[in-house]
Design a protein around this ligand. Structure first.
Ligand code: XIL
Length: 378
């Protein structure tokens, strides 16, 4: 069950009550119908999430986003926020030894001021803007790259997780361990290359994070397990090894960038449940659904809405699935449109809100899916 050290905030209090009702085995008769299931109720996604014990969120945007329309959008419609880029090692420490916390502080303060769950993304990631540019040179010059990296990781986690101790509820500790569409560790990863045994890298990362904030929920996050059976199998075996070893992992994030195809609701539910059966939390951490999946549809936005409904319903059907986060709050700023690979197929229109920040059919489908789930109706 998620816990938080910012327990005094109202959304957290409601979540704790909702999670108690869901998770502690009350009989159905003990649970009164909730406000969002009442006739004529018009709840936001954040409100149905709070009632259903789910963190339903979206991402931060660039500097100053909290006072831009995006801030208003998140505050109004969601109960959780994930840092999109500002907590990545490469963004925080562009120059060796020089942390720039201004943007991360802005997002963390926004979450606190609005009683929202803060999801920290990400301590260690080898792709895109994940690692700082100086890291490769520094490891190449080291006599013992593994020992040196262990020490750099310790400094980084103590500095960052320590700074936000008790304020960042959930951390992605490591992102995307697997090669794309493979069940094997990505050999291109700078972390794989520096450590003799990649599992030791993961174990070290999670132990450091646990020590720096014992109450934070620590996640391993992967890109394709909802869609690719190969990825799911590889991730499951990896996580099973970590659990058996005693690595302090609390949860597994399924990113959910649906560009290659759409997920199947029941398969997704089963895959989330598989990790729950290991005693772990899960979340859909980076949801977007490109409109290009439906080139022949009469109403592609209706098809997109069905996929969103599938994902929110699948998570809501698993007691230990604690949330769904969309990657970018609205279509005008989606990362897919500017990504080196996916940008070629722009525009994607992949989020819950259109370019005028109006809710799309997908938004209403997501709200309805949670309302119809056992979280609210039992
Ligand atoms: C993306 C951001 O959205 C972009 O702004 C940035 O340029 C690159 O990274 N998987 C992840 C996220 O885990 O960190 C990525 O975010 C999207 C894919």
């Amino acid at each position: 069950m998620p816990t938080t050290s910012a327990r005094s905030q109202p959304v957290y209090s409601a979540l704790v009550v909702a999670l108690f009702l869901i998770g502690v085995g009350c009989s159905d008769a003990d649970v009164a119908p909730t406000g969002c299931t009442a006739e004529g109720a018009d709840c936001t996604l954040g409100e149905v999430g709070t009632e259903g014990g789910l963190f339903l969120g979206s991402t931060s945007e660039g500097a100053g986003w909290t006072t831009a329309p995006e801030g208003e959008l998140l505050r109004t419609h969601f109960n959780s926020v994930t840092s999109q880029n500002e907590l990545k090692w490469g963004a925080l420490v562009r120059d060796r030894g020089e942390y720039r916390f201004t943007q991360a502080d802005e997002t963390v303060e926004f979450a606190e001021a609005n009683g929202m769950r803060m999801r920290g993304h990400v301590l260690f990631w080898h792709r895109l803007n994940g690692p700082p540019r100086w890291l490769a040179d520094e490891l190449a010059a080291a006599d013992d790259p593994e020992a040196h990296l262990r020490e750099l990781m310790r400094e980084h986690v103590e500095t960052v997780v320590g700074r936000y101790r008790g304020r960042i509820h959930t951390w992605d500790v490591v992102n995307e361990p697997l090669a794309l569409l493979s069940d094997q560790i990505d050999h291109e990863s700078i972390f794989f290359q520096a450590f003799a045994d990649y599992d030791d890298f993961l174990d070290h990362a999670f132990r450091l994070a646990r020590a720096a904030d014992p109450d934070a929920k620590l996640f391993l996050n992967e890109i394709l397990p909802a869609f690719s059976e190969t990825t799911f199998d590889g991730l499951y075996r990896l996580v099973q090894r970590l659990v058996e070893r005693g690595t302090p992992i609390d949860g597994v994030g399924f990113q959910g960038h649906f560009v290659l195809g759409r997920p199947d609701r029941e398969t997704l539910r089963q895959r989330l449940q598989a990790f729950a059966d290991l005693g772990l939390l899960t979340e859909i951490t980076e949801l977007d659904v490109t409109i290009n999946l439906f080139p022949d549809a009469a109403d592609p936005f209706a098809e997109q809405a069905e996929v969103y409904a599938d994902v929110y319903a699948a998570c809501a059907a698993v007691d230990l699935c604690i949330g769904v986060t969309t990657w970018n709050p609205h279509d005008a700023t989606t990362w897919l449109d500017v990504d080196a690979i996916f940008g070629g197929q722009a525009p994607h229109f992949p989020t819950l809100f259109d370019e005028s920040l109006e809710p799309k059919p997908a938004y209403h489908a997501a709200v309805d899916a949670v309302i119809a789930s056992p979280r609210l109706s039992r």
